[in-house]
Design a protein around this ligand. Structure first.
Ligand SMILES: Nc1ncnc2c1ncn2[C@@H]1O[C@H](COP(=O)(O)OP(=O)(O)OC[C@H]2O[C@@H]([n+]3cccc(C(=O)O)c3)[C@H](O)[C@@H]2O)[C@@H](O)[C@H]1O
Ligand SMILES: Nc1ncnc2c1ncn2[C@@H]1O[C@H](COP(=O)(O)OP(=O)(O)OP(=O)(O)O)[C@@H](O)[C@H]1O
Ligand SMILES: NC(=O)CC[C@H](N)C(=O)O
Length: 653
């Protein structure tokens, strides 16, 4: 009875060029799929090499190695199952992003990506060429020949086509053509990074693909922090007749996730048949078929589809970042994290995220091999894990307050992290003496403000670095996106570190997230949440605050969004702010804009030097993954001069 198929999708936590690690996971998930009785399994794109190999895709040996793994390890493991496996393929002197279709230990051919992802954090056109739609040819490999290109694969009468990740995000998606070629199944092997709310977009095109194209639509994504910056949520989906019938629970601390469903292929065929708009394509494309083994199943069971946890944005943030931190820690082969803990919001957020990482992994996968490697067999408490993986240091000067020290200590205690309080004033004095000797005069705050602030910030770097080195920890740099926009940080001071967990998110979000985290997880954040953000670098009597030095954070974030995301000119932003900000005079608005644009353009070099950060939305400022800006530029001098002249006219002069 050729009616139902048992089909699945898997998310894998791959690592670029971890040949044996990736292969072992692929073999394990194929094994599991066979045990569950699946006929067809879809794996993510470029799963053999890892998606994020960057310029290594130019190295001929990388595609050769992936091909060798496919032929020698993966194909022999696919007896009595059909599996799709992503790998780079060389042809016509170029590299293509391809999917091998392997059925019952036989290579049927390769489907190839037709729409490359080249926006945002994606650089695929740098590595790959797009395959021309409708084109098919022969591909010779060591020991064989098969077809490659825009193929429909016929497996035992089941017609299978592909949309490979970005293919499904474009207006002219290949699914339209595939539907006219009467495919029963569209497989979508993806590597689609997390950003806020993105899983709902995926759900929409998967559901809609299955409805409009009258097919079973199967979507497989990566899971985890693959290569450092992008985090994958592990979204896998199966839909038929416009409804989701299986999906993964996202953000899991697992090597792989597997979902499966038994679906009625015939029901889609009946629907297509009755559709007046269906116009079969009588194309000349060769079809491939195998018949020795049955892809069809006798089983016609349906399973209840588990509801996906509906995460709020605050939950999505911590789930993504904690998974990002955990994978970064283990893939960098380190033992944990060091944090210079000030009692302020940014470093507190970093510690809270490490704590939530420890708590979540212990709740959801206490036997994770890396956790066991760190803890041994005995301990399973969050506090025990935190003690093992995290050290925090408060580093006071004469400008530090008791309140911030208290905030830091109490928070560290609640998380279970190791805590030390150090006074770095003696170091500050030494460096002030050196500078004063060089200048030939005593220092004072009127003339030496920036130097004196920065000496303090820089005196905090060596100690915490030393603690990080002593335990093979990663030093977390605590900068947030609002500070990054205006370079409100001391290079080689508070920017010191190897990973910036919160540099992808703005201060306003972080502050409200900390209020949520206080309520849901860490009551001791109450002290932190009661403080006004301050660098505490000037004497306490100066009552320094970030917003006094800069501007209110909501204004800063708004300007940043209008300038960076919407690409508006200073003049256009001036008009927006005048409309939006009640009571702000033209002079005040101009002053904010002048400060923002002068600091933004002056400090691109700082953003270039930030430690790697995680991508969580399309307002990211990371120049290496998202937001390009020249290091040296005109500094908005002409734009601001013109705006200032305009503001002058408003005064009626
Ligand atoms: N294009 C370019 N390429 C390379 N270097 C460039 C440059 N433009 C300027 N520079 C150099 O940049 C240097 C200035 O940068 P840097 O030394 O970092 O110092 P700078 O940006 O001048 O001052 C640091 C600021 O960050 C604030 N801060 C510091 C620490 C913590 C916090 C907090 O929020 O807690 C805030 C502090 O209040 C102050 O406003 C100068 O020596 C200048 O020559
Ligand atoms: N007294 C301190 N002890 C330890 N680290 C400090 C101290 N003061 C500053 N730092 C380090 O410098 C970083 C930058 O300070 P910044 O003021 O930007 O952040 P914060 O203090 O965490 O938050 P907020 O800006 O809300 O006060 C801190 O996150 C922390 O890592
Ligand atoms: N790998 C890809 O093709 C990803 C592109 C797609 N727009 C996404 O972000 O999900």
């Amino acid at each position: 009875m050729r009616k139902h198929i048992h089909i699945g999708a898997a998310a894998l936590n791959t690592t670029p060029k971890d040949w044996s690690g990736n292969t072992d996971m692929i073999l394990a998930v194929i094994d599991e799929a066979k045990r569950r009785g699946l006929g067809l399994l879809c794996l993510p794109e470029l799963v053999t090499t890892g998606y994020g190999c960057e310029d290594e895709f130019h190295a001929p040996y990388v595609s050769e190695w992936a091909m060798r793994i496919l032929l020698e390890k993966i194909i022999p493991a696919t007896r009595e199952i059909a599996v799709t496996v992503g790998l780079p393929i060389r042809s016509h002197g170029a590299t293509y992003n391809a999917i091998a279709v392997v059925v019952n230990a036989e290579l049927l051919g390769f489907a190839v990506k037709q729409n490359l992802a080249g926006d945002g954090i994606h650089y695929e056109p740098r590595f790959f060429k797009a395959w021309p739609s409708g084109h098919v040819e022969h591909y010779d490999f060591d020991g064989g020949r098969c077809l490659i290109g825009d193929l429909v694969f016929e497996i035992d009468g089941l017609r299978v086509g592909f949309e490979i990740c970005e293919d499904a995000w474009v207006a002219g998606r290949p699914g339209v053509e595939l539907a006219q070629r009467a495919v029963d199944v569209i497989l979508n092997p993806s590597a689609s990074h997390f950003s806020f709310g993105k899983s709902r977009i995926r759900e929409r095109f998967v559901q809609e693909g299955s409805r409009a194209f009258h097919c079973v639509y199967v979507y497989a994504n990566l899971i985890g922090n693959e290569a450092g910056r992008a985090i994958y949520d592990g979204d896998c989906l199966i839909a038929t007749q416009g409804a989701i019938v299986a999906r993964t629970e996202p953000f899991q601390f697992q090597d792989y996730l597997l979902i499966d469903a038994v679906v009625d292929v015939e029901a889609n065929r009946v629907n297509r048949n009755r559709q007046a708009s269906y116009r079969p394509t009588f194309d000349s494309v060769e079809r491939l078929s195998v018949s020795e083994w049955q892809v069809w199943t006798e089983a016609a069971f349906t399973k209840a589809v588990p509801m996906r946890t509906a995460y709020t944005q605050n939950e999505e943030f911590y789930r993504a970042v904690t998974l990002g931190l955990f994978d970064y820690m283990r893939k960098a082969r380190t033992n944990g994290f060091a944090i210079s803990l000030s009692g302020g919001a940014d470093s507190a957020a970093c510690l809270a995220l490490v704590y939530l990482m420890a708590k979540t992994v212990l709740q959801e996968n206490p036997q994770h091999p890396y956790v066991r490697q760190l803890l041994g067999d005995a301990d399973t408490t969050t506090e025990a894990l935190m003690r093992r993986i995290c050290v925090c240091a408060y580093q006071g000067t004469i400008n530090s307050s008791d309140t911030t020290e208290d905030a830091a200590r109490v928070l560290a205690e609640e998380t279970g992290a190791q805590f030390v309080s150090i006074n770095v004033q003696a170091l500050v004095d030494e460096y002030e003496t050196i500078l004063s000797g060089y200048l030939g005069r005593p220092l004072n705050w009127e003339t030496d403000d920036i130097s004196r602030q920065n000496i303090q910030a820089r005196c905090r770097a060596p100690g915490i670095w030393a603690m990080a080195n002593a335990s093979n920890y990663l030093l977390l740099s605590t900068s947030n996106r609002s500070e990054a926009a205006v370079g409100y940080c001391t290079m080689d001071g508070d920017t010191a570190g190897s990973l910036s967990p919160v540099a992808g998110i703005d201060k306003t979000f972080l502050r409200q997230w900390l209020v949520w985290a206080e309520r849901e997880h860490l009551p001791s954040l109450q002290i932190v949440n009661g403080l006004n953000p301050t660098a505490e670098l000037r004497p306490l009597s100066a009552d320094q605050t970030d917003e006094e030095d800069l501007m209110p954070y909501p204004i800063l974030n708004r300007i940043q969004k209008l300038a960076v995301v919407q690409k508006k000119s200073p003049r256009a932003i001036f008009d927006c702010l005048q409309d939006e900000v009640e009571g702000a005079s033209a002079e005040q608005t101009f002053a904010w804009l002048k400060r923002y644009f002068s600091l933004w353009s002056r400090n691109q070099w700082k953003r270039e030097r930030y430690a790697p950060s995680f991508h969580v939305d399309d307002e990211n400022l990371d120049p290496r993954s998202w937001c390009r800006y020249p290091i040296l530029s005109g500094g908005y001098i002409d734009e601001l001069a013109e705006l200032e002249a305009f503001v002058f006219t408003l005064k009626g002069n």
